[in-house]
Design a protein around this ligand. Structure first.
Ligand code: SF4
Ligand code: SF4
Length: 347
C-alpha cells in the first residue's frame, strides 16, 4: 500500500482521466425523502459536478453493475434440428465505481469469495468484476450503520484507490498497479507527519459517531443454541415476506433461473433473476412441497445463512452492517434488534 495526499481539486482531474476510457458510476443526489433528507443512488455520471462524494448512503447498493437484478445467461437459436447456444457476459466497457464506502467494498469482497471461488464460480460476475476499477471514499456513520460491529467500517483490499477527506486535502491509499500508474499523472505528494495525524484524528472522530451496534460475541454458538427460540416466531409474525431486505442488501446473491422458448420454437433464452429467501416460494420444489412455508422459518433462514452458515464456510459474516435492510423494511425489522432479541436483550 502506498500513501499520498492531494489537493481536493485533483479529484476532478482523476475523474476526467478515468471518464475518458471508462463508464464512471458514482453516488448522485436524486431527491429528498418525506422528511426532507437527501436521497442518493449509484448512477452513471455524465459530468463531474453530479458526483456527490459527501453522500450519506444509497438505498440500493451498487450491486446492479456486477450482479444485475435480471440478466440473460444464454440465448439459443435453432439451426437445423440443433440448438446453438450464445453466451454474452453483458459487458459494454470497463466500469469505474467512484466513491464506494468501506461497507460496500467489504460486501464485494464477500461476494467474490462465493462467486469467484472454487465452489460456485459465476463467470458473468467474474467478467464484470475483473473489468472494474474501484475508488473508495470514507463515510459519515448514520444512525442505522453498525458496520463497525461487523468489522466492515474499514477495508484493506478490494479497491484500487481509497480517499479519506482530512480537511483541506484527501489522504489517498493506492493499492493496485493500475492505480499507481494513474496516480503518477496526478499532483500528489508524500504525506507529512501532520497528514498522518490528521488521518488518525479523522478516523477516531468517525468512530465516535457510531450509535447502532450488534454484539457478535459467540454469535454462531448462540444461534445454534437458540434455533428453537420463540423470538423467530415473533419476528416472523411481523415480517411481510416481501423480500425487500434482500433486494437492498449488498451481499445477497441468491437467484432463480427461468428458461423461455419463443412461440416460433426457433429462439429461447435462459434468464437469471435475483431472489429473496423471505419470499414464500423460495424453498418450494418440484411437486409443490415447500420446505419453509412459514414466514418465521424463512426469516430465520436468512439470519442463519448470514450469521451462522456463512461464518462456518468463510469465517466471516455475510452482513456488513450497512443497515439498508432495516431502513427499507416496512415492518421495521432491523438486524441489531433481531440479534439482540435472540441474545435475550432488550434493544
Ligand atoms: S423487508 Fe422486512 S418485511 Fe420484507 S421480507 Fe425483509 S424482514 Fe420481512
Ligand atoms: S443484512 Fe442488512 S445490514 Fe447486513 S449487509 Fe445486508 S442490508 Fe446491510
Amino acid at each position: 500500500m502506498l500513501f499520498r495526499v492531494a489537493e481536493k481539486n485533483e479529484i476532478k482531474t482523476l475523474y476526467n482521466m478515468l471518464a475518458e476510457k471508462n463508464a464512471v458510476v458514482g453516488p448522485v443526489r436524486t431527491g429528498k425523502d418525506r422528511n426532507g433528507a437527501p436521497l442518493y443512488a449509484f448512477e452513471q455520471i455524465a459530468d463531474f459536478p453530479k458526483l456527490d462524494l459527501s453522500y450519506t448512503t444509497t438505498r440500493l447498493p451498487a450491486k446492479r453493475y456486477f450482479l444485475p437484478f435480471r440478466e440473460d445467461l444464454a440465448t439459443f437459436t435453432m439451426s437445423g434440428r440443433e440448438w446453438t447456444k450464445q453466451i454474452d457476459y453483458n459487458i459494454d466497457r470497463p466500469y469505474v465505481l467512484f466513491g464506494l464506502h468501506s461497507c460496500d467494498i467489504n460486501a464485494l469482497n464477500k461476494l467474490d469469495k462465493v462467486l469467484m471461488g472454487p465452489v460456485y464460480p459465476m463467470p458473468y460476475y467474474a467478467a464484470k468484476r475483473k473489468n472494474m476499477f474501484i475508488i473508495g471514499i470514507d463515510c459519515r456513520p448514520q444512525p442505522f450503520c453498525f458496520c463497525r460491529s461487523m468489522g466492515a467500517d474499514t477495508v484493506l483490499h478490494g479497491f484500487d484507490l481509497f480517499l479519506t477527506d482530512i480537511g483541506d486535502k484527501y489522504f489517498i491509499e493506492i493499492l493496485s498497479a493500475e492505480a499507481y500508474e494513474i496516480a503518477k499523472d496526478l499532483k500528489t505528494e508524500a504525506p507529512k507527519e501532520s497528514d498522518h495525524l490528521q488521518y488518525m484524528r479523522t478516523v477516531a472522530e468517525k468512530n465516535k459517531q457510531f450509535t447502532a451496534h450488534v454484539d457478535t460475541t459467540d454469535l454462531t454458538k448462540i444461534l445454534d443454541m437458540e434455533f428453537q427460540s420463540p423470538v423467530w416466531k415473533q419476528w416472523g409474525d411481523k415480517c411481510l415476506g416481501c423480500g425487500t431486505c434482500a433486494n437492498v442488501c449488498p451481499t445477497c446473491y441468491c437467484y432463480g433461473v427461468e428458461e423461455t422458448v419463443d412461440v416460433d420454437l426457433q429462439h429461447a433464452k435462459k434468464t437469471k433473476s435475483l431472489y429473496s429467501c423471505n419470499i414464500v416460494d423460495f424453498a418450494e420444489v418440484a411437486g409443490g412441497h415447500n420446505f419453509r412455508p412459514e414466514r418465521s422459518t424463512r426469516l430465520k433462514y436468512r439470519y442463519y445463512h448470514k450469521h451462522r452458515g456463512f461464518v462456518e464456510a468463510y469465517e466471516e459474516s455475510l452482513c456488513v452492517g450497512c443497515g439498508r435492510c432495516g431502513e427499507a423494511c416496512l415492518a421495521g425489522i432491523t438486524v441489531p434488534e433481531v440479534i439482540a432479541s435472540v441474545r435475550g436483550e432488550e434493544h
